[in-house]
Design a protein around this ligand. Structure first.
Ligand SMILES: NC(=O)c1ccc[n+]([C@@H]2O[C@H](COP(=O)([O-])OP(=O)(O)OC[C@H]3O[C@@H](n4cnc5c(N)ncnc54)[C@H](OP(=O)(O)O)[C@@H]3O)[C@@H](O)[C@H]2O)c1
Length: 239
């Protein structure tokens, strides 16, 4: 049975990736930081379906020591999904050095050092890495400067790792369009939401399952590396 580590996977898109991989016979390692209660519930649900098929790893991805601990704690791995991220408005005028460090550390530094730390274990199993990027890696979302930069970096990291870790480890990306509206401090106005929806060719938001299915496809696609799939309902056609 293959093992997958999915970062930031107690809720929302990450949890759907966990469930989809689990129902396709993966053992799953649910990583979380603050959402520990939700992670426990998800783990219990999956272990009740199949014994010892889900475990939890806790760690703040803003902290390099926590990343090193995760890398040590994982003994064998077939798939790393870098899904955890932070998203909140950060215009060029208002952004602080703390915003820069926080967003870049979680969205870009963590995927780099998790990939570095786990690459030998992945190579041993001819495994793969899938980074969850964003269609705004290519064209910027207004007032989200540091977020855009972090995701553009993650796209280049995907392509760089695909070269560097070949031939043993494949590295790909999934770039979601609009899937779930952001929470709390990143909420969008009704006008911003309808402007986003108006640009989607398929005229609706995607679902977490759409992202999870693309992850599953790439996890199984043994001759694909260095590719990024936009799962955006055609939104990039109108960007
Ligand atoms: N939602 C969309 O429509 C959309 C669109 C484009 C791209 N994406 C990308 O798709 C992925 C999933 O999206 P989402 O909306 O489901 O994400 P999300 O809910 O905003 O965040 C996912 C998880 O990231 C974790 N995280 C944040 N800071 C962390 C930290 N310091 N240490 C460890 N974990 C941390 C959180 O875990 P805890 O709660 O456990 O702290 C959170 O549950 C992200 O990479 C996002 O950029 C999403």
């Amino acid at each position: 049975m293959k093992t997958a580590l999915i970062t930031g996977s107690a809720a929302r898109i990450g949890a759907e990736i966990v469930k989809t991989l689990h129902s396709n016979n993966f053992k799953v390692i649910i990583h979380c930081n603050q959402s520990q209660v939700k992670a426990q519930m998800l783990k219990d649900e999956l272990n009740s379906l199949r014994e010892n098929s889900a475990q939890i790893i806790i760690g703040d991805l803003n902290n390099i020591e926590a990343i090193n601990s995760i890398n040590e704690e994982v003994t064998s791995l077939d798939l790393l999904v870098n899904n955890a991220s932070v998203f909140y408005p950060n215009s060029v005028e208002s952004s602080s050095i703390d915003d820069w460090d926080n967003i870049l550390n979680i969205n870009l530094r963590a995927p780099f050092f998790l990939s570095q730390g786990l690459s030998k274990k992945l190579a041993k199993n001819s495994g793969s890495i899938i980074n969850i990027i964003d269609i705004h890696a290519d064209r910027p979302l207004k007032k989200h400067a540091i977020y855009n930069i972090s995701k553009a970096g993650l796209k280049m990291l995907t392509q760089t790792l695909a070269k560097e870790l070949a031939p043993k480890v494949r590295v790909n990306g999934v770039s979601p369009g609009s899937i779930l509206w952001p929470q709390e401090n990143a909420q969008l106005s009704d006008a911003e939401k309808s402007s986003m929806l108006g640009k989607i060719v398929l005229k609706r938001q995607g679902s977490p399952k759409d992202i999870a299915d693309a992850v599953l496809f790439l996890a199984m696609a043994n001759y694909i590396t260095g590719q990024i799939i936009n799962v955006d309902g055609g939104r990039t056609l109108n960007q």
